[in-house]
Ligand binder design. Structure first.
Ligand code: ADP
Ligand code: MG
Length: 424
């Protein structure tokens, strides 16, 4: 090489080499770092694209599902007890419910599902889900719950926590083809400096730990390294999507919590989720109360309904009329303002979609409220990204109904708005 020359002594014999070398350790390190960053960027761009796609599909599905499950519920309600078609209708309803949970999964995966933090009692959440989880994991497997006594409330979104439990329970079921028991536990834990080393996301303080333990096949190191990656699955085609745990991870991160896994091959698995305590006691939420159909009926209250999607508009107005409300339905903000003027503001409430052609539902209710400050309003959307204008809705404290909504959701939200806001 040109940068090395022989060193000759006084007799002209080669006695050594004179050369120049450059230490490139640092350059190589930086190059590697750059490559890793590039890979990270590519990965995050891919996830962003997949997320956007998923979010977009979920939105259209939400509208369709609102109509499918809504009409089915109306029909089901009309069928007399003992009607042979009732069972068939029930199957349609179950399938629609399943589809709705898939769109929720997709929205959660695209990390765009709005988190509505509330003060919740995890013991109650687990108890409420017990029957459903039992059905999900099947007759052959056991389901145990060990709920900590005097458990403090956590700041969490109940629908997210339900999704998390559902995903963990399905995985536990799949891990136990030869039987076993799933155990769900809740307990108070105090995390000190030492304990906070359990995960890079962990921090010190008081938490509630929610864990799901199975006696299944367990996982080896190599599998454990990848389980939270989207689309990572060891299940056969058609059985696994590889989305379950990435959704769990995303949800818990959005909550400011973290997750730990204990597993080894043949010895079962425990997932532990740590959630921060809330500073308020549990709000008595509508979900906790048993739903009483009669209480949900209308008494000729006048509702101005704004929805641009014809199937959803038709379902919602039909359902509300059938349940005793008077409904005027329109397809845009402009039509709504016109109807509001024409009818001399004589409405008991306005129920509007957020994403409308032209003026958005949020702008619309702003204008309506400026004309009539006591007008009760309810917004609804299947979008959960920036189009949903979620931050503004939350900031303004407006009531919101997430699509797809069931007949029950619709009726109870309308009733709640009328009873609380309308009473003033
Ligand atoms: P999917 O269930 O669709 O495969 P997940 O993201 O829920 O996707 O899980 C990813 C992978 O993690 C699974 O395919 C499985 O290999 C592993 N896994 C998750 N939970 C468990 C468990 N409880 N026991 C054993 N393996 C599990
Ligand atoms: Mg899964």
């Amino acid at each position: 090489m040109a940068d090395k020359i022989p060193y000759r002594n006084d007799d002209g014999e080669i006695a050594g080499i004179i050369g120049l070398s450059v230490d490139i350790t640092e350059r190589i390190r930086v190059e590697h770092e750059l490559l890793a960053k590039e890979e990270e960027l590519r990965q995050s761009q891919k996830m962003e694209a997949v997320g956007r796609l998923a979010g977009g599909i979920a939105h259209d599905f939400n509208n369709l599902l609102t109509a499918i499950s809504g009409y089915s519920q109306l029909l089901y309600g009309r069928m007399p007890e003992g009607d042979a078609n009732r069972e068939l209708m029930k199957n349609v309803l179950d399938a629609a419910e399943h589809a709705a949970s898939l769109t929720h999964q997709l929205l959660a995966f695209s990390r765009k599902q709005p988190v509505q933090l509330r003060s919740i009692d995890l013991n109650k959440t687990v108890s409420n889900m017990q029957a459903m989880l039992k059905r999900l994991i099947g007759e052959d497997l056991g389901l145990d719950t060990e709920l900590g006594s005097d458990l403090e409330c956590v700041a969490a979104d109940p629908s997210h926590i339900e999704q998390v439990l559902l995903n963990l329970a399905v995985n536990a079921r799949d891990a136990m083809p030869d039987g076993g028991t799933v155990t769900i536990r809740t307990e108070h834990v105090t995390v000190n400096d030492e304990a906070s080393k359990m995960s890079p996301d962990a921090h010190t303080g008081d938490f509630v730990c929610l864990s799901v333990t199975d006696e299944g096949v367990g996982m080896d190191r190599a599998t454990l390294e990848h389980i939270f990656e989207p689309f990572f699955t060891t299940k056969e085609k058609g059985k696994g999507t590889g989305l379950g745990l990435s959704v769990v991870y995303g949800c818990i991160k959005q909550h400011g919590g973290w997750i730990c896994v204990d597993s080894s091959p043949g010895l079962g698995t425990t997932f532990r989720i740590y959630l921060g305590l809330s500073d308020q006691s549990a709000a008595s939420s509508a979900d906790d109360k048993p739903i009483d159909e009669c209480v949900l009926e209308g008494h000729d209250e006048r509702i101005l309904l704004v929805e641009d999607e014809p199937v959803v508009r038709d379902f919602a107005s039909r359902a509300l009329r059938e349940k005793g409300y008077e409904v005027l339905d329109v397809g845009s903000a402009e039509e709504c303002l016109e109807a509001f003027e024409r009818e001399g503001h004589m409405f008991d409430m306005v129920f509007s979609d957020v994403v409308l052609p032209g003026k958005s539902g949020v702008q619309l209710v702003d204008e309506l409220i400026s004309m009539d400050p006591n007008l009760p309003v309810l917004l609804s959307s299947g979008y959960a990204d920036q189009k949903s204008q979620w931050p503004i809705i939350r900031e303004k404290g407006l009531r919101f109904l997430q699509k797809p909504y069931s007949l029950q959701d619709l009726l109870s939200s309308i009733r709640e708005v009328l009873d609380q806001d309308g009473a003033v």
